[in-house]
Design a protein around this ligand. Structure first.
Ligand code: TXA
Ligand code: MG
Length: 318
């Protein structure tokens, strides 16, 4: 299931998608992390439709995507730490939460009314080509129904959102398969709001120690509840399947017949396979999905974060 270089959409298809975005439409596009669902960040009606199509709570802000650091500098003030992180990781799977310029063209609903703005420059060539062509800030959450498993393939987007979006650009499987790391630089202490594709240690090598714990829900909205969840329940740290369960293995110790996130125990491979595996096992003949333990180091930290949220009590299902 790991991504291999695939032929993506041609220049004319990307140009058409850029026109759709400019016209206020919704376009799903590949990034190196997961597929995003894009809308103009400067258009209130397009953003309202984006929240509606995802079924996303209005209090959960969106990440704005741009094609270059220069374009990002027009959206928010970048202090030294922000400039250093951008230089180290953009284009790439890092999102920075910064104060927002009050006069920014990005409409307030993009950041759910908060005085901050989340920004990222993705590295996927199709995402960059689209953002360059459209030449506007594009808000893009993961292209799934709110609370469900994030899409790492165009087919996943089609299955969840189908006719409700105006276009889906297909470039095969996402190489990383886990969302960007979200770092808040709002206070004196930088903090990780969401573990992700870039490890904590790599960020600390650039800007020094981060706050140990994530700040409270007021600063990290959308991180509290059940998320990334397949329809079936998840049972974590399982050593063997129980009757009626699907089994998701990891490493050489897994039963041969089980779907395996990475037979060799490679965490990057496991991350790339995680969401597609959960989607593949989310079938009516199973009562639940049992997942083998994943080591809590490196990318395993972000994988386990997603698995714990996917296994959390469902509540309102947001
Ligand atoms: O890899 C990614 O980040 C993908 C691709 C498409 O870029 N996008 C993505 O977006 O994961 P989404 O909407 O699924 O998750 C965005 C996360 C949410 O947890 C949201 O609460 C947080 O970023 N966020 C966005 N703006 C924020 C802000 N101003 N303050 C704090 N958290 C924010
Ligand atoms: Mg998401």
């Amino acid at each position: 299931m790991r991504s291999s270089p695939t032929t993506g959409p041609d220049a004319e298809t990307i140009a058409r998608a850029a026109r759709t975005l400019r016209g206020g439409g919704l376009v799903a596009f590949p990034t190196e992390t997961v597929y995003g669902l894009g809308a103009r960040a400067d258009a209130t009606t397009a953003i309202a439709r984006l929240y509606a199509v995802k079924g996303r709570p209005a209090a959960n802000p969106l990440i704005v995507h741009v094609a270059s650091v220069d374009a990002a500098l027009r959206l928010a003030p970048f202090e030294a730490r922000a400039r250093d992180l951008a230089a180290a990781f953009w284009p790439g799977p890092l999102t920075l939460v910064l104060p927002r310029f009050p006069a920014s063209e990005v409409v307030p609903t993009v950041s759910a009314g908060l005085p901050s703005l989340a920004v990222r420059v993705p590295s996927h060539p199709v995402a960059l080509a689209l953002l360059t062509k459209v030449d506007l800030p594009i808000a893009a959450p993961s292209a799934n129904r709110s609370g469900r498993v994030s899409p790492t393939r165009a087919e996943h987007v089609k299955a969840q959102l189908g006719e409700r979006v105006d276009a889906i650009l297909d470039a095969g499987a996402s190489a990383i398969g886990l969302e960007s790391t979200v770092v808040s630089l709002l206070g004196a202490d930088a903090a990780i709001l969401r573990e992700g594709a870039i490890e904590r240690a790599a960020i600390e090598r650039v800007i020094g120690p981060l706050r140990a714990a994530a700040p409270g829900p007021a600063h990290a909205p959308g991180m509290g509840q059940s998320h990334y969840a397949p329809t079936r329940k998840l049972r974590l740290n399982a050593e063997a399947p129980r009757p009626g369960e699907a089994f998701l293995g990891f490493g050489p110790g897994a039963p041969n017949e089980a779907l395996n996130l990475s037979p060799s125990g490679d965490l990057a491979e496991a991350a790339a396979n995680l969401y597609a595996s959960l989607i593949a096992l989310d079938r009516p003949e199973y009562e639940a999905i049992a997942v083998m333990p994943i080591p809590e180091h490196g990318l395993g930290v972000a994988i386990n974060d997603r698995l714990r949220r996917a296994a959390a009590p469902r509540g309102d299902g947001a």
